[in-house]
Design a protein around this ligand. Structure first.
Ligand SMILES: NC(=O)C1=CN([C@@H]2O[C@H](COP(=O)(O)OP(=O)(O)OC[C@H]3O[C@@H](n4cnc5c(N)ncnc54)[C@H](O)[C@@H]3O)[C@@H](O)[C@H]2O)C=CC1
Ligand SMILES: O=C(O)/C=C/C=C(\O)C(=O)O
Length: 482
């Protein structure tokens, strides 16, 4: 088999890493090496910074309509290559190709469309001081910024950062996860064809410790937008805080679902199941701690078990597959380790908990059954640490106050869901849940204008809409005396 050897995209051209070093790219569904990813370092970052510096003056002063047209053209370019990108994403990540086709790649196009429009609507504020002076606030591009993204929603999250950064008039050095680099590599060509000037977006590949760290620490990089694990976010924050760079950190979650006896039972089972196991449970927003009102606990549990048994992992490249492979062997081992810990800590594995071996092409892939565990204390490791896989825990509760206390008993604070037909209860609880996002009777229903992000160990700052445009710009107040 010929290996798919990827290249960096710098100054509008594909080029190999200066050091000549590569990392193997493994297909999770087969466990086979199928490509090579550059392991870039400081030398490649220097090249990218020089290209960005050359491109910046023209890009930041380009008329907004022209900038927006280029971003729209990138969206169209993504849409035109939907099938090819979806296949690449499913191969690289192990996610079902249907999911990539219906969710990941369309959202990547939407990210560019949304911020193409947003940059034409982003207005500066003014504050009048009666009969004295007027202030107006310029929001100017920061210059060169870094976008670092993870492997779980590769093109979706890569573009969720790059699109607002470009829309705000910055030049970007972007690094996808070294575990899922393929669609990010393809984005370079799409941007080139769409007319994005050379050097405005530079895509570097490589590990976090080599390429990621070199990008974030470069003195010309004014801001870092990062999505990934909490420990990595903490390491980046501790390195960059003394350098006074702007930081947006979207980190892990341990998301509670509060399920009340008065919920719409069938719809809630359906949606909570999706919230738990979509993308093999590898979305920072996935529900992982399910609190179920005691009077419906047994019925709800049995409904979830039945659905989990019916969801069999299969080859991600088949059109009817609903559950694919976990992203890598180390990640699958990490998830299995959490399941072992749950057993040690007194948990009862109701369904799943084992690796699944498929036949044929996928016999060495990283497949795991949807796993449901009950009987763990809220303080147990699996109720406190992010697993980031197809594993959920169930606990009963008896009152709103108890459910709320259990939900808030976490160092994380990303997303919670409430399932009830009593909307006044839902609003009251929403005010008191310590998460950046609350979904009531839905999950991952996204309006790209809304603030997106978490509190506590789930991160700092918000993405989306105006929040993202503000993050990627520097406000400058001008005061004019009458
Ligand atoms: N959105 C989320 O909440 C995500 C959470 N995770 C969690 O994080 C755990 C670790 O997964 P990893 O793949 O190791 O994710 P990670 O957080 O280490 O990697 C995310 C991105 O950061 C880069 N990176 C790593 N170290 C860096 C550094 N020092 N400076 C700059 N960039 C750096 C990586 O190369 C990748 O592009 C997972 O098991 C999961 O629990 C992983 C991916 C996404
Ligand atoms: O913006 C969204 O719709 C989803 C974002 C998801 C993540 O940030 C994640 O899973 O890491």
């Amino acid at each position: 088999m010929t290996l798919d050897v990827l290249a960096n995209f710098i100054d509008g051209q594909y080029c190999p890493p200066v050091n000549g070093h590569y990392i193997d790219n493994i297909e999770p569904a087969t466990g086979q090496v199928y490509g090579q990813v550059p392991n870039s370092d400081d030398a490649d970052v220097e090249k990218a910074i020089s290209a960005a510096q050359r491109a910046l003056p023209a890009w930041q002063t380009m008329p907004l309509e022209q900038r927006a047209d280029i971003l729209y053209a990138i969206a169209k370019g993504i849409e035109a290559r939907l099938a090819e990108l979806a296949l690449a994403e499913a191969t690289d990540n192990g996610k079902p190709v249907t999911l990539a086709t219906n969710v990941d790649i369309p959202r990547a196009a939407s990210n560019f469309k949304f911020f193409a429009h947003a940059c034409t609507q982003f207005a500066s504020e003014s504050h009048n001081m009666a009969s004295t002076a007027v202030n107006y606030t310029l929001r100017q591009p920061l210059g060169i910024v870094a976008c670092i993204s993870p492997w779980n929603l590769p093109l979706y999250l890569f573009t969720w950062k790059i699109a607002p950064a470009l829309a705000a008039g910055n030049c970007v050095i972007a690094k996808p996860s070294e575990v899922t680099p393929k669609t990010a590599a393809m984005l370079g060509e799409i941007c080139h064809v769409a007319g994005l000037p050379a050097g405005v977006l530079n895509i570097l590949h490589g590990s976090g410790t080599s390429a990621g760290s070199a990008i974030c620490n470069h003195p010309e990089v004014k801001a870092v937008s990062f999505t990934g694990g909490t420990a990595t976010g903490a390491a980046i924050a501790s390195q960059l805080a003394p350098k006074f760079k702007k930081l947006s950190l979207e980190l892990g979650g341990k998301n509670p679902a509060l399920i009340f006896a008065d919920c719409d039972f069938e719809q809630t089972v359906e949606e909570v199941f999706r919230a738990s196991f979509a993308n093999q449970g590898q979305i920072c927003l996935c529900a992982s701690r399910l609190y179920i009102e005691r009077s419906i606990y047994e019925k709800f549990k049995q409904a979830l078990i039945a659905k989990a048994k019916a969801l069999q992992p299969a080859d991600p490249l088949l059109a009817d597959t609903q559950m694919g492979a976990l992203v890598s062997k180390p990640h699958m081992e990490k998830v299995m380790h959490f399941i072992d810990l749950a057993r040690e800590e007194g948990g009862n594995v109701l369904v799943g908990g084992e690796q699944v071996q498929l036949a044929g092409r996928c016999e060495n892939g990283y497949f795991l059954q949807p796993t449901i565990i009950e009987g763990l204390a809220n303080s147990a490791t699996c109720n406190q640490q992010e697993i980031f896989g197809p594993v959920i825990t169930l606990q009963p509760f008896d009152s709103d106050e108890e459910g709320l206390a259990l939900a808030n008993d976490s160092q994380y604070g990303l997303a919670s869901t409430i399932w009830t037909t009593n909307l006044s209860r839902a609003h009251r609880l929403s005010e008191r849940l310590n998460t950046g996002i609350v979904w009531i009777n839905c999950w991952l229903l996204r309006d790209l204008r809304t603030p997106f992000g978490g509190m506590n160990h789930s991160g700092v700052g918000r993405e989306g809409g105006e929040e993202a445009m503000r993050f990627f710009t520097e406000p400058k107040n001008v005061c004019v005396k009458y």
